[in-house]
Write a protein that binds this ligand. Structure first.
Ligand code: NAP
Length: 283
């Protein structure tokens, strides 16, 4: 029997579309929308949708996540990442829905070498980070029942991170940005966590990423080793893609550890699982 109605916003985006693929429609009724169906920048539209569909859980995957675009167009970034989150937070109370709000390691400045815990003070430096942090603050202020889930670097078929490395490896050379560290997280692991937490009332902020931290080079090397594709890796200076990405985005799931509920695998094990399940490597 299906127990819940889950509304996924930003369902055409990288994380939203992966969640729609992973969530079992037999366990929950999934309502997936993107900006064409519900524009999160319009409070009335969000209210109307919530009143009509009465979701029990909302997973907010909408927003502007391209860092360069946020810098070029801060108004759009604040409208989507901050005010859009506020609209959803306010509306969630109308039907007593739980709100799962996705956030990011970019709320920190990246000037450390220790994985960030929930007790560390956010200090965003980019428009993306600042707008996401404001979105978190609005969720905390306006939603009655929320989970703010901060994630480091996500990968899935939908966002092509691993796939691009495999493609380059097949041509013999993988180019990765130099000095960029994170906790690569399989969207499959994140989905398992979201499913485990959203039925509970353990509200609050959580860091939710696979265990450990690595450089882009180590991540690419792991893919090459596991797939047994012969390739060299070249570290390149900051490309456009990472210009506004904090250098260090390692995450520590400190609160989940304290509660004994950290189910995330290490980044290495999760990556092996992903390469096995999605592509049959390592079989
Ligand atoms: N991907 C990661 O590595 C990562 C890591 C940490 C945290 N996160 C967080 O996870 C969430 C999802 O990230 P993502 O990578 O999946 O982002 P994404 O691919 O950019 O998806 C965002 C979605 O929101 C849609 N959208 C834009 N304007 C909208 C509006 N007015 N109303 C409703 N929907 C609108 C976008 O549509 P258009 O693209 O057509 O405009 C897009 O489909 C974000 O909050 C992000 O900060 C992501």
């Amino acid at each position: 029997m299906r127990i819940n109605t889950i509304w996924i916003t930003g369902a055409h985006g990288r994380l939203g579309s992966t969640l729609v693929r992973y969530l079992d429609p037999l366990e929950a009724e999934i309502i997936a929308t993107d900006k064409e169906e519900v524009d999160i920048t319009n409070q009335n539209e969000v209210n109307l949708f919530i009143d009509r569909n009465r979701p029990k859980i909302i997973i907010n995957c909408s927003g502007l996540s391209k860092r360069q675009e946020c810098e070029d167009n801060p108004d759009k970034a604040y409208l989507l990442n901050a005010l859009g989150a506020k609209h959803i937070a306010i509306s969630s109370n109308r039907v007593r829905a739980k709100l799962v709000h996705l956030s990011t390691a970019d709320v920190f400045d990246g000037e450390t070498i220790h994985p960030y815990k929930e007790i560390d003070t956010p200090k965003p430096k980019t428009v993306y980070g600042k707008s996401k942090y404001l979105g978190e603050e609005f969720v905390k202020t306006f939603a009655n029942s929320y989970f703010i889930v901060r994630v480091s670097r996500l990968y899935s078929r939908e966002n092509n991170l691993v796939e691009k490395i495999i493609e380059q490896a097949k041509s013999g050379l993988v180019k990765v940005p130099k000095s960029r560290y994170g906790s690569p997280t399989s969207t499959y692991e994140l989905t398992k966590f979201l499913l485990s937490i959203m039925g509970t009332n353990a509200y609050g902020i959580y860091h939710a990423s696979c265990g450990g931290t690595c450089s882009f080079k180590t991540f690419a090397q792991k893919i090459i080793d596991f797939t047994k594709i012969e390739a060299e890796i070249e570290e390149i200076r900051d490309s456009d893609r990472v210009e506004f990405e904090p250098a260090f985005r390692g995450m520590d799931n400190y609160f989940l550890d304290l509660l004994g509920k950290n189910t995330f695998k290490s980044w290495e094990d999760a990556l092996e699982d992903y390469l096995r399940k999605e592509y049959g490597y390592g079989a």
